[in-house]
Write a protein that binds this ligand. Structure first.
Ligand code: DGP
Ligand code: NA
Ligand code: NA
Length: 213
């Protein structure tokens, strides 16, 4: 019988190095573990809904905050069937952002947390979440910061607070889906830590069913 793929997610504020680590873990899973792997990112700007989101992020259009929230959520729902198909066929998926970005960024604007989360309920649940974190000031100093809509220091601090106070597993919780990763280190040190967490957990996860948010 084919073992199912793992659904692995990277979360965090802008400029903490998620995309680099998504690439590194994807390479590790396919080249070292020799397993089928695909990387995805949200928002997926290639779909019609994604194109509307892209125009908003590049400040080309304005939109009601809740209408925008629903578009980001729809952009994940439209990928649901293909995510499940890949996982069920044994492909591991490494994703750059997902529902928790949706909740953190919208709740940081002042929208009700539960309302934000409700739209995500029922989507496939990530098996492992790597939350990359560093001080907002350090993230600001990284290249290209400031280009897109949300890349402002005060707003980034609010998003970080929502992730860390309301989304990441609390220290005494029984759940250990979230792995908190210090992102203010050399790239290789971070990717080695992440790869070894993957290696030690993947067999256990494969034998559990795919969950739902
Ligand atoms: P990225 O391609 O990862 O740089 O994401 C683009 C921007 O969109 C980034 O500032 C994070 C933000 N973002 C990602 N997902 C969501 C979401 O679901 N809702 C909102 N409001 N913003 C999001
Ligand atoms: Na960004
Ligand atoms: Na990124």
């Amino acid at each position: 019988m084919i073992k199912r793929g793992l659904f692995i997610l990277f979360e965090g504020v802008d400029r903490v190095g998620k995309s680099t680590q998504v690439q590194a873990l994807t390479n590790h899973i396919s080249n070292v573990q020799k397993l089928q792997t695909k990387s995805l990112r949200f928002p997926d700007r290639t779909t019609p809904i994604g194109q509307i989101i892209n125009q908003y992020l590049q400040n080309a259009t304005n939109m009601d905050d809740r209408a925008l929230h629903l578009l980001f959520s729809s952009n994940r729902w439209e990928a649901r069937d293909s995510i499940l198909e890949l996982l069920n066929n044994g492909t591991n998926i490494v994703v750059d952002r997902y529902s928790y970005s949706g909740v953190a960024y919208s709740a940081a604007k002042g929208i009700d947390f539960d309302w934000c989360y409700a739209c995500e309920k029922g989507l496939p649940k990530p098996d492992l979440i790597f939350y990359l974190t560093m001080s907002s000031e350090d993230a600001t100093k990284r290249g290209e910061y400031g280009g897109e809509r949300y890349e402002k220091l005060d707003f980034q601090k609010k998003i970080k607070q929502i992730y860390e106070e309301k989304l990441v597993d609390q220290p005494n919780s029984k759940q250990t889906t979230w792995k908190i990763i210090n992102a203010n280190r050399p790239i290789d040190e971070i990717s080695n830590e992440i790869s070894s967490i993957f290696d030690s957990e993947f067999k256990n996860i494969q034998s559990s069913p795919i969950g739902k948010l």
